[in-house]
Unconditional design. Structure first.
Ligand code: HEM
Length: 396
């Protein structure tokens, strides 16, 4: 239980500025945390978070994987596989994972690099650029838009749809209603359009593949199912990856010696991306609903409770990562939980890593040093994806 003055509120703007001291106290003083006011339980230690992510029987994803969704318990439309449990989740995930194979992701490298160059070249010599507005707001949206085969002019609306679902007012939970959270996307138009104009893209592939469904019938996905799959991928892949870029600008400015090492030895860049993802994971937590009374740290978490799994705290657990708050590209970060763990492990992890690596290579090639203008930087008002709407940099 949280004792004394220990209080954690995932929507609190002040805590969110630097949640790591609170996370540390939670790990030490209240490894099972109860917030009565907001009515959730929370786990903050690495081992507990990983064990919970593996426990598919007693912790279900079917009520949502965002705290506000689990609490609101909306009537979930079928096919949102991030919010399904096995065996249905296994069937649906398999359909999508064949579109995210290492070979398919590697094949994007050239296009992603060309896109970064197009964003950054006009800014060389300008003396300033914004890690989020000039790069983070654009690259993940363009990459997923390209995978879906969505025309360039339509791609900004892909991002705004994904953004709308995840934006809360500062300090407040996300308003969750079925209409607001699951409705209103324009994915139907893309899917209908692609059905008439098939091409070499994920939407076409989803529309045409055949699979054995949970009743043993071989069939194709309906257009509505494809639309939901597209919504899941866009919802999970655009805002999260966008957030990586603000942290990239900020952290590398705070650690200029390590940035210098990356300029001298670009082969270290994948390590830097991994350490960025560990230190400031764009998705700081996921949630589950408890299906049966659960005894954790000597206390009973009743069936039906919402349980918050604090991934960002797990990534900073000193039991696993020595001197955890320090950014260190030479550390062993192999156990980070930024992309979750087990059955729901992020399908786009290698895509996010590819985007991060190429973007950082292209940034450092053009701008080997920079200072960030924190007074002008803007935080994004979201609790589920943590980071910046703007991170301006003054380039040397
Ligand atoms: C799942 C984080 C980028 C697609 C997840 C989960 C996390 C996560 C923590 C697990 C959710 C849970 O257990 O409930 C991130 C972060 C990203 C990122 C931090 C960027 C830095 C992407 C990208 C895509 C993507 C680029 C797609 C193009 C998905 C999908 C799932 C998922 C489809 C659901 C997998 C399943 O339920 O089986 N992601 N993600 N993500 N992610 Fe990502």
């Amino acid at each position: 239980m949280g004792a004394g003055d220990l209080y954690y509120d995932p929507y609190d703007v002040e805590i969110d500025r630097d949640p790591y001291p609170v996370y540390r106290r939670l790990r030490d003083e209240a490894p099972l945390y109860r917030n009565e006011r907001l009515d959730f339980w929370g786990l903050s230690r690495y081992d507990d978070v990983v064990a919970a992510l593996k426990d598919l029987r007693r912790l279900t994803s079917t009520k949502g994987d965002i705290l506000e969704v689990v609490q609101a318990a909306p009537d979930m439309p079928p096919g949102i596989f991030i919010n399904e449990d096995p065996p249905l989740h296994t069937i649906h995930r398999a359909l999508v994972s064949r579109m995210f194979t290492p070979r398919k992701i590697r094949a994007l490298e050239e296009k992603v690099r060309a896109f970064c160059a197009a964003c950054l070249d006009p800014l060389v010599g300008a003396g300033r650029f914004d890690f989020v507005l000039d790069l983070g707001a654009e690259l993940p949206m363009r990459t997923i838009g390209m995978l879906f085969g969505i025309p360039d002019t339509e791609q900004p609306s892909l991002r705004s749809t994904a953004q709308r679902a995840l934006r809360n007012e500062p300090g407040k939970p996300l308003p969750v209603t079925k209409e607001k959270y699951f409705g209103g996307g324009n994915y139907t138009e893309y899917v209908d359009w692609r059905a008439k104009n098939p091409s070499d893209d994920i939407i076409t592939e989803l529309l045409t593949l055949e699979f054995t469904d949970d009743s043993g019938k071989v069939r194709r996905l309906t257009r509505q199912e494809v639309q939901i799959f597209v919504g899941v991928i866009a919802g999970a892949g655009v805002e999260t990856t966008s957030r990586l870029f603000g942290w990239m600008g900020k952290l590398l400015a705070e650690y200029p010696d390590q940035r210098g090492e990356l300029v001298a030895e670009p082969a270290l860049i994948p390590r830097a991306v991994e350490e960025l993802l560990r230190v400031e994971p764009p998705g700081p937590h996921v949630a589950r609903c408890v299906t049966e009374d659960l005894v954790l740290h000597g206390q009973t978490v009743p069936a039906g409770s919402a349980l918050l799994l604090m991934l960002a705290s797990a990534n900073h657990d000193e039991r696993v990562f020595p001197d955890p708050d320090r950014f260190d590209i030479h550390r062993d970060f192999s156990q980070l939980v930024t992309f979750g763990h087990g059955a729901h492990f992020c399908l786009g992890a290698s895509l996010a890593r590819l985007e991060g690596r190429i973007a950082l290579e292209e940034v450092l090639r053009r701008f080997p040093t920079w200072e960030v203008d924190l007074a002008a930087a803007r935080r994004a008002p979201t609790s589920t994806v943590r980071g910046w709407d703007s991170m301006p940099a003054v380039t040397g």
